[in-house]
Design a protein around this ligand. Structure first.
Ligand SMILES: [Zn+2]
Length: 83
């Protein structure tokens, strides 16, 4: 089982194919979603059944609260340079 390789960590290039066809395309993941819905869930110790992500396109389009099932990883995130 090596599916962790395909997880859309921050910096990964992904294809969005979710519920908004006009926004389909390539994005870079910005990491876990920080919208107010998610922040409130974290505050209350509730975690959704599915991870949500923030995405940013090269054109400056920003998507939030995107389901993991709505994106496909094209290029995994580069290794972090820290350390
Ligand atoms: Zn969210």
């Amino acid at each position: 089982m090596t599916d962790s390789v395909k997880r859309p960590f921050a910096g990964a290039i992904v294809e969005y194919h979710g519920s908004i066809p006009s926004l389909h395309g390539r994005y870079r993941t910005d990491g876990p979603c920080h919208c107010r819905h998610c922040l409130r869930e974290w505050d209350e110790g509730i975690f959704g059944t599915e991870a949500r992500f923030e995405l940013a396109s090269a054109d400056g389009v920003h998507l939030e609260h995107v389901r993991e099932s709505s994106i496909t990883v094209i290029e995994p995130a580069p290794p972090t340079a820290s350390g």
